[in-house]
Design a protein around this ligand. Structure first.
Ligand code: ZN
Length: 221
């Protein structure tokens, strides 16, 4: 893997430090290379606030979000910009961005929202793709770390964060276990259909050049 130097610096005995993670802005560059990308500060976007207000009666106060992706824009909570949490979220949101481009925004949103507000919905399919990338991002910082964080993924995926979109914990646990084994076996290869994204991410920590040519991403605030 191209980031093997980074991994070798991480002792499995200690949790990774902020500096062990590839810089957030390098990832922004890598994602922007795959297509137009806008980043918006979630709290400052009128659109994001409207979505939040609309969703509140359905969510019964159970959920709250730090990021979402809509039509080429990733809305990210202000505190996520430039740090490890933002890096992780952006890895996940980049999958939604790619999927929305691939299937089209309207089919994506319709299938994402089917059977809202509660219970089993097809958004679990989209979210599982995003969470596979979340797991892969952890795995790149150490297989042990990925194993430790798997519990959070399980809780989020099967729990209230997504209004119990796929509440079958045993099943999700098996998916996660299989995914972690696949990552170990393949050296962290991106899963089928996401190879291009995987390649872009792998280059992100090293990519210094191209910054000037690319120009800064649009920040809406
Ligand atoms: Zn997601």
């Amino acid at each position: 893997m191209s980031n093997s130097t980074d991994l070798s610096r991480i002792s499995p005995q200690r949790p990774p430090r902020e500096s062990d993670w590839p810089p957030f802005w390098k990832l922004v560059e890598a994602v922007a290379k795959l297509g137009p990308l806008r980043l918006a500060v979630l709290e400052k976007s009128r659109f994001a606030r409207a979505i939040d207000t609309l969703g509140r009666p359905f969510s019964l106060g159970l959920t709250g979000f730090d990021a979402f992706t809509w039509a080429g824009t990733v809305y990210l909570a202000e505190r996520m910009f430039g740090n490890r949490s933002g890096y992780l979220l952006l890895r996940h949101e980049a999958v939604h961005l790619t999927d929305q481009r691939r299937v089209g925004l309207v089919p994506f949103i319709l299938s994402y929202l089917i059977l809202l507000p509660f219970g089993v919905t097809s958004r679990a399919l989209w979210e599982w793709r995003g969470y596979r990338e979340t797991l892969r991002a952890y795995w790149e910082r150490g297989s042990k770390l990925a194993g430790k964080r798997a519990g959070n993924v399980l809780r989020e995926f099967a729990g209230k964060r997504y209004l119990f979109m796929w509440p079958f914990k045993g099943m999700v646990e098996r998916w996660i276990g299989r995914e972690l084994k696949r990552l170990d076996r393949t050296g962290g290869r991106a899963y089928p259909g996401m190879e291009r994204l995987g390649e872009a991410f792998a280059k992100a920590p090293q990519s210094e050049k191209g910054k000037a040519a690319l120009g800064p991403p649009t920040i809406l605030d």
